[in-house]
Write a protein that binds this ligand. Structure first.
Ligand code: ATP
Length: 237
């Protein structure tokens, strides 16, 4: 299977802390892959290095067959690799509509207005609040806005860093429905999640990180049945 994203032997260091240690993983086009692990395992650092937000100390990132390790974050976005960071990071002093426009920044085609209409058709809550400050949105709506903004970059691979954090169980269900829907439309997704059960139900494959390394990987259903993983990350129920 041709891989859309290939990460090879990636290292991330912050001074004397090594957050990511020789991580290799891949994501095929139109695949959902999840990265699991406890707080501090290095998941966010991995995504940031793939997105170009932090410079890796070693290793390579290959996207669509090209080595992009030296490219800036905006250049990676232009190639179709986007990150929805943890905590959403939408701009609360801008309106919903202005936040969406920011997502299309750098696009040179003329279809932005049509794509934004498509977002409003999909998310009626955002349409109803288009001219309000993003600060009035609920947590779930802010997450939808963050994902919508990323979609406006016309990604081929979307990386999501703990998108379900702070959402009610109802909204978590809707979020994962959306992830499945976007994937059915052809988007590849690399999903970092604390909600291990939901992530393994949605992904086809998963990787487990511990202290910066990948310690386990495989098909999602096999990981879901793995007792050691269950004890460490799934809780006792
Ligand atoms: P979380 O879910 O809590 O974000 P994580 O698995 O995403 O955890 P990282 O945030 O990547 O893990 O952190 C990995 C390690 O790197 C941790 O020891 C963390 O303290 C450290 N770290 C992360 N960011 C920085 C930074 N900017 N400067 C120094 N150390 C950092």
């Amino acid at each position: 299977m041709p891989m859309l994203l290939e990460v090879e032997g990636l290292d991330v260091r912050y001074g004397r802390t090594q957050a990511v240690r020789g991580v290799s993983l891949d994501v095929a086009g139109a695949e959902v892959v999840t990265v699991l692990g406890a707080n501090g395992a290095g998941k966010s650092s991995l995504l940031k290095a793939v997105a170009g937000a932090v410079k890796p100390a070693g290793g390579r990132v290959v996207f669509d067959g090209a080595d992009i390790t030296a490219l800036s974050a905006p250049e990676r976005v232009r190639r179709g690799l986007v990150l929805v960071p943890e905590g959403r990071q939408i701009l609360v002093s801008l309106t919903v509509h202005e936040n969406l426009l920011m997502g299309a920044y750098g696009r040179r085609d003329g279809d932005v207005a049509r794509d934004i209409d498509g977002i409003y058709a999909r998310f009626s809550n955002l349409a109803a609040r288009r001219d309000m400050l993003a600060s009035v949105l609920s947590g779930g709506e802010q997450q939808m806005l963050a994902i919508s903004r990323a979609l406006l970059a016309r990604p081929r691979l979307m990386m999501l860093d703990e998108p379900s954090l702070g959402l009610s169980p109802l909204l978590v269900g809707r979020l994962f429905d959306l992830i499945r829907e976007l994937n059915r439309d052809g988007l590849a997704i690399l999903l970092v999640e604390q909600n291990t059960r939901m992530a393994l139900r949605t992904a086809s494959r998963g990787y487990v990180m511990e202290l910066g390394r990948i310690v386990l990987d495989g098909p999602a259903d096999r990981l879901a049945d793995n007792e050691a993983l269950a004890a460490a990350y799934l809780g006792s129920h």
